[in-house]
Design a protein around this ligand. Structure first.
Ligand code: SF4
Length: 178
């Protein structure tokens, strides 16, 4: 399969993986290092007061697409060297997040993932099956940004976060899940 530089296996994985999406930000420079395609997953249970993406919370909202559709959007940007998975809470849709992270990583994209979970929660407040998927996602990620948005701690000083409690982990040098 030559479509969008995908192998048969990659194409089939992406085409058969559904994802509920809130939208995209093409050529973003605020959702991680460099120029990136930001992909906003639909659905979040945290409901942080003051969340700047409140429209992404409703799990029955958004647009139903396939991971292939998302990949096509990412592939379409020649300027963006990275991809950011945000939301919403991307870890509510682990299968789709894993499929996209895996294929994008294989194509040489820098992978950033946002989560409202704290480090200690990500692999523990879920089933063992979900935790296994989350480990595989983390194995594809370069940068993970954790924690809920706290309005009282809102900051413009710390890069790529909304509030100062949120943490950035460059997994090659600091992987708290190892
Ligand atoms: S975790 Fe993120 S998307 Fe979810 S409510 Fe908090 S700030 Fe909004």
């Amino acid at each position: 399969m030559q479509t969008l530089d995908l192998s048969e296996e990659e194409y089939s994985l992406l085409k058969n993986t559904p994802v509920c999406l809130a939208g995209y930000q093409h050529e973003s420079v605020v959702d991680g290092p460099g120029v990136r395609t930001a992909v906003f997953f639909q659905g979040c249970d945290f409901h942080c007061p003051g969340c700047h993406n409140a429209g992404t919370h409703d799990k029955s909202g958004g647009t139903a697409v396939t991971a292939f559709d998302v990949y096509a959007e990412i592939y379409g940007s020649k300027l963006a060297k990275g991809v950011t998975f945000s939301g919403g809470e991307p870890f509510l849709q682990e299968e789709a997040l894993l499929a996209l992270a895996k294929v994008c990583k294989a194509k040489g994209r820098h992978i950033t993932v946002y989560t409202g979970h704290e480090v200690s929660e990500l692999l523990t407040i879920c089933t063992a099956e979900r935790a296994e998927l989350r480990r595989k996602i983390l194995a594809c990620a370069d940068l993970v940004i954790t924690g809920r948005f706290v309005q009282e701690l809102k900051t413009a000083e710390k890069p790529f976060v909304g509030s100062s409690n949120q943490e950035l982990y460059e997994l090659a040098v600091n992987n708290p899940w190892k």
